[in-house]
Ligand binder design. Structure first.
Ligand code: NAD
Length: 485
C-alpha cells in the first residue's frame, strides 16, 4: 500500500543549531526524505543558523555528508542536489547581535510562505533567541517556533521558560517537540483505541490488570555526560517521553482529534497521577562490564548519584484507572534496545478448562522500536489431538510488513512532526500547562531522593537493570516483560 502524500505549503524553516548533532542526524535527513516524497516542495527553503562561520557551499557539503550517513539507504544523487539547492546558511549568535540582519534578508516576506524557527541549540540560549527574533522583526504573528527538549530542569525553570516564550509568542505558535509523539505506533495507538469498538470498552480498571511502559537503551551516556549527569533518567526520559506515552494510553477519548481536545485529556491524566512513595521507585546506575566504561567513568564524576535507570509504580486516581498499577522503566546500557507499552488484561473470571490449562492473559503489546507494530496475545487451543490444551499466540501487525516498504521509509518521527509544524497542527506537541504539570509530579520525587541522599543501585552494563527493579513488580505477583530487540 502506498501512502498518499499531500505537499505542505512552501516554507522558510530556520534551524538554529543547524550544524549540531540533532540537525545532522535527524532533522536534515528527515527533511530530505520529505523532499523525496514530494511533501516538501522545491519552493521551500531551509536555512541553517549557528554560531560557526561557514558559507553556503560548506553548509551544503556538510548536509550532503549527513544525508549520506543518516539519510535513506537509496538516495538518488540528483535528488540530493535538488534538495541542497533549497539550503542556505547564516552565522548567527543567538545570544548576541551578530548575524540577525543577514538572517532577516534571507527570509521571504511573501504571503503564503510559512515561516518557522527550530530552536535546536540546547537550553541556555532559548530565552535570548525568542527575544532577538521579536527585536529584529523576524517574528510576526504567524510564525511558529519549535522548541527541543529539555524544556526546563524543574517546574520553576519550565514555568520561567513558558513565561519568557509567552512574552514574544502566542501559545498557538509554540511547538514543544517530543519525538516519541511523532512515532507511527504512538499515533496508531490512538487509531486503535478510538477507531475500533473492540478495545475501548475493555480499556479500564475492570479489565486491565496493569500496564507496563519500557524504554530500554543499549547506549550509555558518553558524549552527553555533562548534560546527563545533571539530569538523570527521571528528567531525561520519564518527565517527558514516558509521561506522554502514559497519557495517550490512559486518557479519556477526546471529543475530536484536535490539538486542544487531545491535550486537555492528556493534562487531566497528569493531574490525576498520585504522588509515588519512595519504596515504589528504584534508581540504578550502570557499572563497567570490563569492555565498556561505567556510568561514573562516562560522566567523569566518581561520586555521581545520578540515575541512568529508573523503574517506578504509579497510580492514576480516577474512575477509569483506580487501583490499576502503571509500571514504568527506562535505562541506559541495558541488554537490548526496545521500547514497548504493554496493556496486560486480567485473567478470565473462571476457567472452564480446569487448573491444568494454566493461567492466560491477553496482552496488547505496542512496540515503538525496533520493528514498530502491535501484537495482541490471544489464547487458543493448541492444535492437534492432544486434548484441550491452551496456548498463547500473537496476532501480529508489524506495520512495515502490513503496509509495505513505504511505511518503513516514512517512519521517522522528526520529519512527521516538522510537517505538522508547517501544517500548523499542534496535536502532537506538548502544551505549556502539560509540561508544567509533568514537572509538578516529578519534582517532589526528585527532591525526595536528593533530600534523603539516596544512591542509585548499581547494575551490570548489558543487564536488565538492578535486581530491585524486578522485585518492585514481582512482589505484586507480576513480572516485567522481557526486554527484547
Ligand atoms: P549540539 O551541541 O551538537 O549542537 C548545538 C548547535 O547549536 C550547534 O549548531 C551550535 O552552533 C548551535 N548553537 C549553540 N549555541 C548557539 C548560539 N548561542 N547561537 C547560535 N547557535 C548556537 O547539540 P544537539 O545534540 O544537536 O542538540 C540540540 C538540541 O536538541 C538540544 O536542546 C538537545 O537537548 C536536543 N536534542 C538532541 C538530541 C540528539 O540526539 N542530539 C535528541 C533529542 C533532543
Amino acid at each position: 500500500m502506498v501512502s498518499r502524500v499531500i505537499p505542505v505549503d512552501p516554507f522558510d524553516l530556520v534551524i538554529f543549531g543547524g550544524t549540531g548533532d540533532l540537525a545532522r542526524r535527524k532533522i536534515l535527513p528527515g527533511l530530505f526524505r520529505r523532499f523525496c516524497a514530494g511533501q516538501m516542495t522545491r519552493d521551500s527553503r531551509i536555512i541553517g543558523a549557528a554560531r560557526g562561520d561557514m558559507d553556503e557551499t560548506a553548509y551544503r557539503d556538510m548536509v550532503r555528508e549527513a544525508i549520506a550517513e543518516f539519510g535513506p539507504s537509496r538516495s538518488e544523487a540528483c535528488a540530493v542536489e535538488d534538495f541542497l539547492s533549497c539550503l542556505g546558511y547564516v552565522s548567527v549568535d543567538a545570544r548576541g547581535d551578530d548575524g540577525w540582519c543577514d538572517l532577516k534578508s534571507a527570509l521571504r516576506e511573501e504571503e503564503g510562505i510559512v515561516r518557522a524557527f527550530y530552536f535546536s541549540v540546547g537550553p541556555s540560549p532559548l530565552k535570548k533567541l525568542a527575544e532577538r527574533l521579536r527585536q529584529h522583526g523576524l517574528a510576526h504573528d504567524e510564525v511558529r517556533i519549535v522548541v527541543e527538549k529539555p524544556f526546563g530542569h524543574n517546574l520553576a525553570s519550565a514555568r520561567a521558560l513558558n513565561e519568557e516564550l509567552a512574552r514574544h509568542f502566542d501559545e498557538s505558535q509554540i511547538y514543544r517537540i517530543d519525538h516519541y509523539l511523532g512515532k507511527e505506533t504512538v499515533q496508531n495507538l490512538m487509531a486503535v483505541r478510538f477507531g475500533n469498538m473492540l478495545f475501548e470498552p475493555l480499556w479500564n480498571a475492570q479489565y486491565v490488570d496493569h500496564i507496563q511502559i519500557t524504554v530500554a537503551e543499549t547506549v550509555g551516556v558518553s558524549g552527553r555526560g555533562s548534560y546527563y549527569d545533571k539530569s538523570g533518567a527521571m528528567r531525561d526520559m520519564v518527565q517527558n517521553h514516558l509521561m506522554q506515552l502514559l497519557c495517550l494510553i490512559a486518557m479519556e477519548p477526546p471529543a475530536r482529534f484536535d490539538p486542544d481536545a487531545v491535550r486537555d485529556e492528556k493534562l487531566k491524566v497528569i493531574r490525576a497521577l498520585d504522588p509515588v512513595d519512595p519504596d515504589q521507585i528504584v534508581r540504578g546506575q550502570y557499572t563497567s562490564d570490563g569492555a565498556m566504561a561505567s556510568y561514573r567513568e562516562d560522566v567523569e564524576n566518581a561520586a555521581s548519584k545520578t540515575e541512568s535507570f529508573i523503574a517506578l509504580k504509579c497510580y492514576i486516581s480516577n474512575w477509569r484507572w483506580a487501583n490499576t498499577p502503571f509500571y514504568l522503566r527506562t535505562g541506559k546500557r541495558l541488554s537490548d534496545r526496545a521500547s514497548e507499552i504493554a496493556v496486560v488484561f486480567k485473567e478470565t473470571p473462571h476457567s472452564i478448562f480446569g487448573i491444568d490449562s494454566g493461567r492466560h492473559r491477553n496482552v496488547l503489546s505496542i512496540r515503538l522500536q525496533p520493528n514498530e507494530g502491535m501484537t495482541l496475545g490471544v489464547t487458543i487451543k493448541e492444535p492437534g489431538p492432544g486434548g484441550m490444551r491452551l496456548v498463547d499466540v500473537p496476532l501480529d501487525m508489524t506495520f512495515a510488513e502490513a503496509l509495505g516498504p513505504d511505511a518503513e521509509e516514512a517512519a521517522d518521527a522528526y520529519e512527521r512532526l516538522i510537517m505538522d509544524v508547517i501544517r500548523g497542527n499542534q496535536t502532537l506537541f506538548m502544551r505549556g500547562d502539560e509540561v508544567e504539570a509533568a514537572w509538578a509530579w516529578t519534582d517532589p520525587l526528585i527532591e525526595g531522593w536528593e533530600r534523603r541522599g539516596d544512591s542509585p543501585k548499581p547494575y551490570d552494563a548489558g543487564s536488565a537493570g538492578p535486581d530491585d527493579a524486578a522485585f518492585l513488580i514481582n512482589r505484586d505477583g507480576r513480572r516485567w516483560r522481557r526486554i527484547k530487540s
